[in-house]
Design a protein around this ligand. Structure first.
Ligand code: AMP
Length: 273
């Protein structure tokens, strides 16, 4: 596995490659969810590139940028063992200069739900993903459905700006008990981890209701809120694939999302129906 730290090193390492390139951008502290994205990229491409970069522009003031888990050695090993050909591991100075051009998230879709709780977050996400895609120039880029709104906005950016890359969505990987894997789960104490199961439990209940024919969004949201109680819920939302609010679930075009704080840790989860 080649490790590139600068744009120049990345260019040189990519220069010798032929065939399709699969790209998995991450912020590190890699877990089985990331590994699953890498495995998909490995199966579908000649070359696999992973980036690890904790992107400062997508953190709001007061968020966990400085304490976000950083695990260089373990991450390198996971990449190597997963068959990654090229690891891009830039520092902030490589990715950003002063007074730069930025990507702005769309006014509505970029500022509801996650964008409402974290205004400006998606500007940072889209800007860094644009930079990374331009640097790596992949055939396919892999993103988790766990970050559903992020995935939708990246797909929209690629479409709106006529970018030449295929965005591949990957299903959320969960622990046996339902908890969606996240680098932020390590912040949870044992009792908080137990409380965190309420997110996936509420989504499971929503799925069950829909399967039994109860498709009214308000009724489903109420049932979810009861399960989530007493967590500090930021939103429970039922939207279509374009992130427009739905009054009723339509199978094949619905995402049910939840964001809640467990102690001081902010967690998100969702289910695609
Ligand atoms: P992050 O390092 O949290 O920025 O995540 C990097 C990529 O991994 C994003 O596309 C995430 O959506 C994806 N990802 C994170 N957690 C999971 C999970 N539990 N299952 C599948 N993909 C995930």
């Amino acid at each position: 596995m080649i490790i590139a730290r600068s744009a120049q090193e990345l260019r040189e390492a990519l220069g010798t490659r032929i065939g399709s390139v699969g790209f998995v951008p991450t912020m590190g502290a890699l877990h089985i969810g990331h590994k699953t994205l890498i495995e998909h990229a490995r199966r579908e491409n000649e070359t696999v590139v992973v980036s690890i970069f904790v992107n400062p522009t997508q953190f709001l003031p007061g968020e966990d940028l400085s304490k976000y888990p950083r695990r260089e050695e373990a991450d390198f090993k996971i990449c190597e063992l997963s068959g990654v050909d090229l690891l891009f591991y830039p520092d902030v100075g490589t990715m950003y200069g002063r007074d730069e051009v930025r990507i702005t998230a769309p006014d509505v879709r970029g500022y509801i739900l996650e964008g409402s709780s974290r205004p400006g977050h998606f500007d940072g996400v889209l800007t860094v993903v644009m930079k990374l895609l331009n640097m790596v120039r992949p055939t396919r880029a892999y993103f988790g459905k766990k970050d559903a709104q992020q995935l939708a906005l990246i797909a929209q950016m690629v479409d709106n700006l006529f970018m030449n890359v295929v965005i591949v969505p990957i299903d959320t990987v969960r622990e046996k008990d339902g908890l969606a894997l996240s680098s932020r789960n390590i912040y949870l104490s044992p009792s908080e981890r137990q409380e965190a199961l309420k997110l996936s439990a509420s989504l499971k209940a929503a799925t069950k209701m829909v399967m039994q024919g109860s498709v009214d969004a308000g009724v489903i949201q109420n049932a979810m809120m009861n399960i989530l109680d007493p967590l500090n819920v930021e939103y429970v939302a039922i939207v279509n694939r374009r992130f427009e609010a739905m009054t009723h679930v339509i199978l094949g075009d619905t995402i049910v999302l939840v964001a809640a704080r467990v102690g001081t840790t902010r967690l998100i989860d969702n289910v695609w129906m």
